[in-house]
Write a protein that binds this ligand. Structure first.
Ligand code: ADP
Length: 743
C-alpha cells in the first residue's frame, strides 16, 4: 500500500439509480484502506461552497443507502463551476482538507468539468499561493490531484464503458411500463407511442424495443428519411395487424430526428398512425419515472465493484497520474483514459450532428450496432420471405434443466431468426422427453408472439436425465423428423443431455448434426460463460424481496437468515449478498464450520450491542447439509438472547419466476441470434460441431463440447472456474468495518 490518501467523492449532473451504491462503495473501500474520505454534497456547488458541504465520511455514514434511488449526497448543476474563479475556490476547499484524490460520479458534462479542474489544478495552486491562501508547504504537497470518473447516466451514452450507472435500472422501469402498456393495448387493439429518455443516445429506446418486442423504434443514431419512414412504419404495423397482432407499440427516443434534422415527436407519430391506419393511438411519455426508484441488482453490485476499483486505482496511482474512467466491458470492470472517453463521446455527438450516422453507430460500441441489426429482424412482422440460404434446414429447439426467465425470449429469437433465414424451426415440447417421443411442432412467426417478455418456458422444461433406450428413441426422432441441427436453451441437465448425445455419436450416427447449448439457468453454474440467462432476473427477485424483508424489521433489532437457490453454486448467494449489503454470505464452496458460526455470532452480538438494528445473512441452499438455515436461525436466536431476535426466510421458487429482466432479455436475444446463425452456417458448411456458447472476458465464444468434463466439477454441478469467487473480498469489505473499528 502506498501512503495514506485523502479522497473526496461527489455525484454530479443528472441523478441516476446506482449512484448511492457507488458512493457507499468508495467510502467503505477507502475506510478499509485506512484513507480519509469525504463526501461532497450537492456536486460541484458543494465543492465551491465548502463548509458543511464537504463532510468527513465514515463507515456508517453510508449505511442504509444501498437500495435507494437517486443520490443521498445530492446532485446539482453548478454554473459557478464553469468559471475559473469557481474552480479556484473548489481547489482551495479541497486543499484545505488535504484531499489528493477525487472520485466524480456523473455524466460526460461532470467528467469534462472534473478534467478541466485537474488540468488547471497547478495554476490554481500557484494563484492560491500568491494570494497567500495556502502556504508553500501545502502548495508543494498538493501540486496535483488524482481523478477517477464513474459514469452516472441513465442514457448509457458514454464511450469507454458498455454500461453507465443507472442505465440498467432505467431499462427496468421502461420494460415494466411497456409490458404493462402492451397488455392494455392488446385488450383494445390499440397502438401506443411511447417516448423514452435519450437526448443523444438511442440505447434505452433500442434495448426497450428489443426487450419488449416493439413494432417500430426511432433512435437518433439512425434517422429515417422524411416522407419514407412513415410509409414503412405504417406498412409494418398494418402487416402485423393482418397477421393477428393485437397490440402495436412504437418506441421513440427523445432525441429522434429525421435525416433533415427535424425532431420526430410522439404527437406527429400519433397523427400519422391515426390518419393512415385509422388506429386509436395513445401517447405515453415515461419521463422522470425512468430515473427514479430503487436501483436494479446490476446497478447495485456492478457499481459496488466500480467504487472499489476506483479506490484501488487511487491507492496505486500518484496524484499526477492521468485520470481514469472506471467502466464495464461485458462483465468485467475496466479502466480507460478518462479524457479520451469524454472526447470520443463528444465526437459521436458531432458525427450525429454532421449526419455521419454510420460512423456514429460504429463508435457506440457495447454491442449497439449488433443489437440494432437484430432489432431490424425482430420488428414484429413476418419473415423476410424466400430462403436466403440454398438449403431449407430443419432446426429443433428444446429446453433442459429448471425454468429460467428469458428462456422464452431466447426461443422466440432463435425461431424468428431461423424463419427469417428461410428455415423450418421446430419447437420441441418437454425438453429431451419431447425428443424421445417425437413431440414437436413447426413454429411460425406469430406462434411465438408475446414470448419476448414472459417468464417460464412455453415449450416446457425439466431435469430428467437420459438413459437406456432414450438415445435410440432420440436418434429415431432426429431421423424421422429430418432434424438438421439442435439448439438446447437451458441449464445443467440440458448441457449434460447434449454432452451424453455427443459422446454417443459413434453409436448413433443421427447425433452427428450441429448441436449447441445456450446457457439459461438461474444458478449461473455453467462452464464457458460468466453469465447465464435467468440469473439476473433471479438476482433481482432476491434483491426486491430482501429490500422488503429489511423494511419489515425497522421497529426491532432483528437478524435475518435468508436462504437463496443456486444448488451447490454460490453465484446467487454471493452476488445477491453484495447487492443487498448482507454482512455474511455462506457458500458451499467455502464450507461452513462451527467456529465460523461462533465468530459470526460474536460479531452479531458486538454489532447489536453497539446500536446496530438489522442483521442480514445470506445462505446458499446447499452451503452445508447439517448447518441448515433453520439451524443457523435457531442458534443465533438462542445465543443472541434479548439483544436481538432472528428470523429465517427461505425464498424458494419465487427466484425462478417472474418476467425476465431487461438484462436477461438482451442476453437471451444476443446469444440466441448468434447460436442460430452458427447452426445455420455450420450445417450449410457440412460441419457437425457440438458446443456451448458463452460470454467470457468481454467476448462471446463457442466452446467445444469435448471440453465439458475438464471444465466442470461434476459432483457439485458447477464450473471449475467461478469468476465471482474473486468478489468475496469485496463482499467482506462492504459488509463489516475493519477489525477493531466500531460500526
Ligand atoms: P452530466 O454530468 O449529467 O452530463 P451536466 O452536463 O449538466 O450533467 O454537467 C453537470 C455539471 O458539471 C455542470 O452543472 C457544471 O457544473 C459541470 N460541467 C459540465 N460541463 C462543464 C465544462 N465544460 N466545464 C466546467 N464544468 C462543467
Amino acid at each position: 500500500m502506498s501512503e495514506k490518501k485523502s479522497i473526496a467523492v461527489l455525484t454530479s449532473g443528472g441523478d441516476a439509480q446506482g449512484m448511492n451504491p457507488a458512493v457507499r462503495s468508495v467510502v467503505r473501500a477507502a475506510v478499509h484502506k485506512g484513507f480519509d474520505v469525504y463526501t461532497i454534497y450537492e456536486g460541484y456547488k458543494g465543492m465551491i461552497l465548502g463548509g458543511d458541504y464537504i463532510k468527513k465520511a465514515g463507515w456508517s455514514s453510508v449505511g442504509g443507502i444501498l437500495h435507494k434511488g437517486g443520490t443521498s449526497i445530492g446532485s446539482a448543476r453548478s454554473d459557478a463551476f464553469r468559471t475559473v474563479e469557481g474552480r479556484q475556490q473548489a481547489v482551495e476547499n479541497l486543499i484545505s482538507r488535504g484531499i489528493d484524490a477525487l472520485v466524480v460520479i456523473g455524466g460526460d458534462g461532470s467528467l469534462t468539468g472534473a478534467n478541466l479542474l485537474r488540468q488547471e489544478w497547478p495554476d490554481h495552486v500557484d494563484a492560491l499561493l500568491s494570494q497567500g491562501k495556502i502556504d508553500k508547504a501545502r502548495a508543494e504537497k498538493y501540486r496535483s490531484i488524482f481523478l477517477t470518473g464513474l459514469v452516472g447516466s441513465i442514457d448509457n451514452d458514454m464511450c469507454g464503458t458498455d454500461m453507465t450507472i443507472g442505465a440498467d435500472s432505467a431499462l427496468f422501469r421502461i420494460t415494466e411500463a411497456v409490458d404493462a402498456i402492451i397488455s392494455t393495448a392488446a385488450s383494445h387493439q390499440r397502438t401506443f407511442v411511447i417516448k423514452v429518455m435519450g437526448r443523444n443516445c438511442g440505447y434505452l429506446a433500442l434495448m426497450a424495443g428489443l426487450s419488449c418486442g416493439a413494432d417500430w423504434v426511432l433512435i437518433p443514431e439512425d434517422p429515417p428519411r422524411p416522407g419514407e419512414w412513415e410509409d414503412h412504419m405504417c406498412s409494418l404495423l398494418r402487416a402485423g395487424r393482418a397477421a393477428g397482432r393485437r397490440d402495436s407499440i412504437v418506441i421513440v427516443a427523445e432525441g429522434a430526428r429525421d435525416t433533415e434534422g427535424n425532431p420526430i415527436g410522439s404527437t406527429y407519430i400519433k397523427e400519422v398512425l391515426e390518419e393512415r391506419l385509422g388506429e386509436d393511438t395513445r401517447i405515453t411519455i415515461l419521463g422522470h419515472v425512468q430515473r427514479g426508484g430503487a436501483p436494479s441488482a446490476y446497478d447495485r453490485y456492478m457499481t459496488t465493484l466500480l467504487g472499489c476499483t476506483a479506490v484501488e486505482k487511487i491507492d496505486s496511482s500518484l496524484p499526477s497520474d492521468e485520470p481514469l474512467l472506471i467502466g464495464v466491458q461485458e462483465n468485467d470492470v475496466i479502466t480507460a483514459p478518462l479524457m479520451q472517453c469524454v472526447q470520443d463521446t463528444h465526437h459521436i455527438r458531432e458525427l450525429i450532428d454532421a449526419g455521419d450516422y454510420v460512423k456514429a453507430m460504429e463508435l457506440r460500441g457495447g454491442g449497439f450496432a449488433e443489437a440494432y441489426e437484430t432489432l431490424k429482424v425482430m420488428l414484429r412482422t413476418l419473415p423476410s420471405g424466400a430462403p436466403r440460404d440454398q438449403r431449407r434446414l430443419r432446426i429443433a429447439i428444446l429446453h433442459g434443466g429448471g425454468p429460467a426467465a428469458g428462456m422464452n425470449t431466447a426461443a422466440l429469437t432463435a425461431i424468428r431468426i431461423g424463419l427469417d433465414h428461410g428455415h423450418t424451426m421446430l419447437g420441441v415440447s418437454d425438453s429431451f422427453q419431447g425428443l424421445i417421443r417425437g413431440k414437436m411442432k413447426e413454429m411460425d412467426w406469430m406462434s411465438v408472439g408475446g414470448w419476448v417478455n414472459i417468464g417460464g418456458a412455453e415449450l416446457g422444461t425439466n431435469r430428467k436425465p437420459l438413459s437406456g433406450t432414450d438415445y435410440y428413441a432420440i436418434a429415431r426422432t432426429i431421423e424421422e423428423q429430418k432434424i438438421d441441427a439442435l439448439l438446447m436453451i437451458g441449464g445443467w441437465s440440458g448441457y449434460q443431455g447434449i454432452y451424453d448425445m455427443y459422446k454417443r455419436r459413434s453409436d448413433f450416427s443421427a447425433f452427428n448434426i450441429p448441436m449447441v447449448c445456450l446457457p439459461a439457468t438461474i444458478n449461473n453454474n455453467l462452464p464457458g460463460t460468466e453469465r447465464s440467462v435467468g440469473s439476473d432476473t433471479a438476482l433481482n427477485n432476491i434483491v426486491q424481496v430482501v429490500d422488503k424483508i429489511k423494511q419489515s424489521a425497522v421497529a426491532s433489532k432483528r437478524c435475518f437468515v435468508v436462504e437463496v437457490m443456486g444448488r451447490h453454486c454460490g453465484f446467487l448467494a454471493l452476488v445477491s449478498g453484495i447487492a443487498t449489503g448482507a454482512e455474511r454470505v455462506y457458500l458451499h464452496e467455502e464450507g461452513v464450520k462451527l467456529r465460523d458460526l461462533q465468530k459470526d455470532l460474536e460479531n452479531l452480538v458486538e454489532g447489536f450491542s453497539e446500536g446496530k438494528r438489522l442483521g442480514l445473512m445470506i445462505r446458499n441452499e446447499r452451503a452445508n447439509s447439517l448447518y441448515t438455515t433453520g439451524f443457523m436461525a435457531a442458534l443465533f436466536e438462542e445465543e443472541g438472547g434479548d439483544l436481538f431476535d432472528v428470523r429465517q426466510a427461505i425464498l424458494g421458487h419465487l427466484q425462478q419466476g417472474g418476467d425476465p429482466s431487461p438484462y436477461d432479455r438482451i442476453l437471451a436475444i444476443r446469444l440466441a441470434r448468434l447460436c442460430t446463425e452458427y447452426l445455420i452456417k455450420e450445417c450449410l458448411d457440412n460441419n457437425k460441431p457440438a458446443s456451448f456458447i458463452g460470454l467470457q472476458k468481454g467476448k462471446v465464444e463457442f466452446v467445444d463440447m469435448a471440453r465439458w468434463p475438464e471444465m466442470v466439477d461434476n459432483e457439485f454441478q458447477r464450473p471449475q472456474k467461478q469468476w465471482w469467487m474473486n468478489l468475496r473480498y469485496i463482499a467482506k469489505m462492504m459488509s463489516a468495518p475493519p477489525e477493531g473499528m466500531e460500526y
